[in-house]
Design a protein around this ligand. Sequence first.
Ligand code: GLV
Ligand code: GLV
Length: 324
Amino acid sequence: MSRPKVLITRKIPTPGIELLKTECDVEINTKERALTRSELLSMAADKDAVLCLLTDKIDAEFFDAVPNLKGVANYAVGFDNMNVSEASLRGIPMSNTPEVLTEATAEMAWALLFSVARRIVESDLFLRSGQWKGWGPLQYVGTGVSGKTLGIVGPGRIGTSMALMSRGFNMKILYSGNRKNNLLEKELGAELVSFSKLVKESDFISLHVPFWAETKHMFSASVFKEMKKSSIIINTARGAVIKEDDLLDALVTGEIAGAGLDVYEFEPEVTENLKILNNVVLTPHTGSGTIKSRDDMSVMAAVNILAMLKNEKPPQCINPEVFE
Ligand code: GLV
Ligand code: GLV
């Protein structure tokens, strides 16, 4: 019997590749960039399953181009790049990589929060450029974190993890979302509040919502106006939850004090003028980027593909209706 054919759309950590190779013929895009649309469609055409990136658009045109497709595994927890209802209509299962990246991403939110609050990047550049002539009482003073109010927008796995990590800093935790989070309430005395209250009262706001119609531009000019002038916003979720132009204006006019961003509205494009601001720290969508987390994501995606190739429900199925 011939072995199933799998495409991996970009080189991922080895453990997942090795696992797939035990049962499948694997083709990997080895270029140092994502596949173009036409490369993706032509390389996927003869495959039985595809392990793709959050930058690969998986939609009706893709499904039309891959007639033998038995499943797609996204190498990410967010799956706004995939048309899930279209996949379900066609009976094609899809999976993502939750949980294995929760702490890595929550830690990244903290890394950005501290970098902005304590002006780490800005002061590092100052030192490296040889401008530091000695200790100064007014040099690079920043904002403290302990005892402040942290607002978590979207207390799912990652938002909850980030909030729990605040324990050493004795913060007041507010959260907004559709559901009460008993763990946060019990562990931290966190308070479920309206979005508008969270926005008005938080010193730090960290975004952890998935991207979909309801969360697009959740943060735009009118919301930035409501925020404290001293507040800092952190986004490790999806770029377009923030209207980037409006964020730039809010930062320039002093409506808010700073931003730590790992994701961008028009990735990989980043609003040019954000890059010249000192009160902004910008990372290239590396939220899940710890060695362990990326290794575990590769194995998780491979395990899901192996199940889909056997017409079994993959463990991290995002459209279980296919199997009902
Ligand atoms: C990264 O952004 C992910 O969704 O895993
Ligand atoms: C979202 O999928 C999360 O893990 O918070």
